[in-house]
Design a protein around this ligand. Sequence first.
Ligand SMILES: NC(=O)c1ccc[n+]([C@@H]2O[C@H](COP(=O)([O-])OP(=O)(O)OC[C@H]3O[C@@H](n4cnc5c(N)ncnc54)[C@H](OP(=O)(O)O)[C@@H]3O)[C@@H](O)[C@H]2O)c1
Length: 295
Amino acid sequence: MILVTGVSGGLGGLILRGLSGEDDLEVVGGTRSGDGVNARRIDFDDPASLAGGFRDVDVLVFVSAGYAEDDVVLARHGAVVDAAEAAGVRHVVYTSLAGSGDLMTIALPHRWTEARLAAASFEVTVLRNGLYTEVPVGLAAAAAASAGETGVFAAPFGGGSVSVVAKEDLADVAVRVAAESGRDLAAGRRSRHAGRTYELEGVEAVGGQDIAEVLSDVLDRPVGYQPVSLSTMREVLAGSGLEPYQITHTLSLFSNLGAGYLQAHRTDLADLLPSTPRPVRNQIARAVMSAAGAS
Ligand SMILES: NC(=O)c1ccc[n+]([C@@H]2O[C@H](COP(=O)([O-])OP(=O)(O)OC[C@H]3O[C@@H](n4cnc5c(N)ncnc54)[C@H](OP(=O)(O)O)[C@@H]3O)[C@@H](O)[C@H]2O)c1
């Protein structure tokens, strides 16, 4: 049996849907609430839910649950590893963070989890996911109204760009790796993905100028990119209602972006997808169109 955690979320939901289309596989989803019929109750913060939740699971697709302070994330991810070992899970597929993000603050719990998994008794595949297109998409959509009036796209990208990837592509890779692992185990073989770490960086990098160009095209007026300083961004975030740890992570992302670290140089994405990665600029344009239409 394959179990996917976090299926109420964007990535886990896509992975579960993809696996559910594979008729020869027994697949179940896990959510924090878990109704026991359509989904098992899997709450990483409640280790008691994991003991029963991982029963009879051969392949666990462990979707990270990173929205919390580091000590909380380490405790919950550690609990997943312990419970998977105790339940006799044979293979864990973990959704981690791509190598270009090594210096971001969010990398710490991912690298810690990778090390815990590597020391466990089951086989492991690490999917080092690139940053979702949501970052540039969100910034571009939020800027649509003001850029239409001022002709300026202001953002803290410095001169850097970020390699981003569609969540659907990441889900497609996870589905393939989990399905092939499940079939290999059922055939009495070690998974062909065991012991592998895949870098799933986006193949397209997007910078401030690129987003300004998309805004110009969609809004049908010239829009120029204007870099915003990190201190200005810090002030904006302080009044945004975000949790303090989210502000730390967001600023760290922009620091890394401005320093040029988020542009990827190597990816396994294309090798693991059945077709070419989904184009990122189209997603940005669609988000701007919908935001501009709504304003
Ligand atoms: N690569 C990137 O750019 C990027 C960006 C953001 C986040 N991430 C990481 O990737 C993960 C998946 O992304 P996503 O877009 O699917 O996020 P999402 O839509 O926010 O979903 C997060 C999922 O994690 C579950 N979750 C939260 N706390 C949990 C806990 N204690 N035990 C079990 N499940 C828990 C949530 O369940 P509930 O619905 O019950 O809360 C939800 O299903 C995130 O959780 C985060 O760690 C990656």
